[in-house]
Design a binder for this molecule. Sequence first.
Ligand SMILES: [Cu+2]
Length: 281
Amino acid sequence: MKLLKYILPLLVILTFTSCSDDDDNMESINEVVALMLVQEFTNETHIVELYTQSGDFTQGYNNITLRIRDKVSNQFIQNASITWTPMMHMTSRMHSCPNSDVIKVTERETIYTGYIIFQMPENSNEGWDLTINYMVDNLEYSVISDISVPMSDRQVVSVFMGADDVKYILALVGPESPEVAVNDMIVGLYKMESMMSFPLVEDFMIKLDPRMPSMSSHTSPNNEDLFYNDVSEMYNGKLSLTMTGYWKLNLMLYNANNELLKGEEVSGTIESSSLYLELEF
Ligand SMILES: [Cu+2]
């Protein structure tokens, strides 16, 4: 059995490298130029490279690009099917977090993409690891490593109990680069079904009221509430930012029957909603 484990991948490599001209150029293809390497995961056969825009992982939403290099041929794998499992090891328990499927980037040769929403940051005693399982030509491989997920400066993810006694995770996805303008706002919403299962929540509605607490909590014109989008599988709305600085994005979450699950309207003595995200630019 052991021998088979070593011979089979070798056979795969041999057939793979001899099949077409495309593959000979693989090493020179660089499809991660705009990204920064966060970490390399290594096992006996492959190096899995993980990239983000910043070169780090962070609490909240992380858009991740990965590619897999064969250690022997030095070529990037074009036909892998990949799954991943982020896991937080806490002193009292273990849990995962909302994450997408990992898919091959369309019209690219070597890169795959997906997102992970770390709802909690690491601390000195508790932290995250990431398992990546992948299949190449019907052979299964696995690699695991600890990863660093520091706390975000601002509240970019919120974990809360709704009036329906369901635990939700809501994360700020966009705007990635806020401007003094009407920005496209994107939010991900997930149900915490168990420690390992975080299904998407569809067809809810999120009311948006951005405020600037440092300037008598003024709001802005032309905001639009967030509605579920089937294609992105996220909530899209419009966020109007009339000046740079710190903004508190007050939110109210309604279910499909228009029942309020979390949050309060900002008015009179209520200065902010208990459900909010933060942004500073
Ligand atoms: Cu945790």
